[in-house]
Design a protein around this ligand. Structure first.
Ligand code: SAM
Length: 329
């Protein structure tokens, strides 16, 4: 069987599937207040198209599928999509990245349909900071969503936090104390140059080193966990364990050499990297009547062309046209 291997021998097993480019929050680092030019609905992959493409990807060796967006839980057919992916002959492990707003209502149906885990994004525990950061007063809904995910057994519930200077960068210790108390696995993510405003600045980014320093100054003892594999997060045992905290240093400590991820955007483009400047138009192929062999060949070909690294620190680096929310975070 052909598989998703690139020129550098990296075997791809992890597929991020974006279900929509729309979102019900307006995190200022991700989306302007008025939203973006959303993909017209007919351009989005249908549930049938998603299930067919993910099925083919599992034939090519994909074993992990993470549903994302935009906000994947605003897609009306999300439970049906999960159930159909869970019923594939080579069913992948299924997870979702969500802002949690709709989790209180959907955690149980999603778990029953076959979703196994969730990552919930939460950058602050202050209601006022949350409102300023997301332009919506919905922190209580996120916290209720996290609780519902735990009760539905979507474990371990991971929480993603992006720290931004002058906004929530003093909250690292507070977020970790809360996560430990709640039995959640917290992961801090360095902000990447994927904002639509193109205002990302390497010099003001809150770095991995700074996050670790802040946690240690807050009194936590952190011991690195050596085996990382292809996981983006570097894990640290907190205060002797068993709890761990993760730091995703995508910019300052890239992990491209071990990357096993590939992406399908909500409008059906197959990308080998968040920072790729090329895509393969699977929606165009499917709607032109392509057979499975042609679709698989397009997937294999795009992965084969994958660049060695994201190149953020290279002099020729150009930020991708699409922002994070339109690729799938
Ligand atoms: N709406 C879902 C959510 O909130 O988790 C899924 C999509 S969102 C784009 C996925 C994750 O990407 C969130 O944790 C968000 O904070 C993060 N994110 C957005 N823009 C980012 C950036 N420029 N750099 C790093 N992470 C970013």
């Amino acid at each position: 069987m052909t598989s998703l291997v690139d020129r550098f021998g990296r075997v791809h097993r992890d597929l991020r599937v974006s279900l929509t480019d729309r979102c019900n929050l307006r995190c200022t680092y991700c989306m302007p207040a008025e939203g973006l030019d959303w993909a017209p609905t007919p351009d989005l992959l249908t549930a049938d198209e998603i299930v067919r493409l993910v099925g083919l990807a599992t034939d090519l060796g994909i074993t992990e599928v993470r549903l994302t967006g935009g906000e994947p839980l605003i897609r009306p057919d999300i439970v049906d999509i999960v159930a159909r992916l869970a019923a594939l002959p080579r069913a992948p492990r299924l997870s979702a990245t969500t802002n949690g707003l709709r989790l209180a209502a959907l955690a149980r149906p999603l778990a029953d349909a076959g979703l196994q885990r969730v990552n919930v994004s939460c950058d602050t525990l202050s209601r006022e900071t949350f409102r300023r950061l997301t332009l919506r007063d919905r922190l209580d809904d996120v916290l209720a969503g996290i609780q519902a995910a735990r009760e539905a057994g979507l474990a371990p519930v991971k929480v993603n936090s992006v720290l931004m200077r002058g906004v929530n960068d003093a909250e690292a210790g507070h977020l970790l104390r809360w996560a430990l108390d709640q039995g959640l696995q917290l992961r801090f993510i360095e902000q990447m140059p994927l904002d639509p405003q193109h205002s990302w600045n390497r010099a003001t980014m809150v770095s991995r080193a700074e996050i670790l320093d802040q946690l240690e100054r807050a009194g936590f003892h952190l011991a690195p966990v050596p085996a990382r594999g292809s996981a983006p997060a570097e894990l640290f045992v907190v205060d002797g364990g068993p709890s761990v905290v993760g730091v995703v240093g995508s910019v300052s400590q890239p992990f491209c050499d071990a990357c096993d991820r590939v992406r399908l955007t909500a409008d059906g483009q197959w990308r080998s990297c968040l920072f790729a400047r090329a895509e393969s138009d699977l929606r165009g192929l499917i709607r032109a009547g392509a057979d499975d062999a042609a679709l698989a060949a397009a997937m294999v070909g795009e992965v084969a062309r994958k660049q060695r690294g994201h190149g953020i620190d290279e002099p020729f680096f150009v930020q991708p046209q699409r922002p994070m929310s339109a690729i799938g975070g």
